[in-house]
Design a protein around this ligand. Sequence first.
Ligand SMILES: [Zn+2]
Length: 146
Amino acid sequence: MRLLVDPTCDRLAAYLRLCGHDAASAIERGAEDADAAAALARDENRRVVTRSERLAGRTDGILVAQGSLDSRLRSLRAAGVDLTLADRPSRCGRCNGPLDPLHRDDPGPDYAPDGDAFDRWRCRDCGQVFWKGSHWDRVRERLAGL
Ligand SMILES: [Zn+2]
């Protein structure tokens, strides 16, 4: 699902990306006001994820509940957004770029674990390296508890 997360819900973008969605951030894309977000969503065929009833209504967007992160995630799921963690991550949680597998023998950056211990992926756009470590486990637990 192609989405545009508006500034009222920016924290959801990382969760959506971990679930394999192409989730652009209006902040990262410089489309922070409602008119710019609506135009970007239209141009790129994205659904706006927002807490603004007005913006959701005018763009056929997804209205997200006020309140805790869990309640916002639950409202996404209720709107039909699949919140299953991807078996193989495909989107960069930091910038939404596509991920490529990092070869087992590639040492990667200093912060990344050894390729023998973890499968790792590198963002084609920003270069960040990911693996299914403790952060991944925490996200899986949060989604399972919704
Ligand atoms: Zn990236």
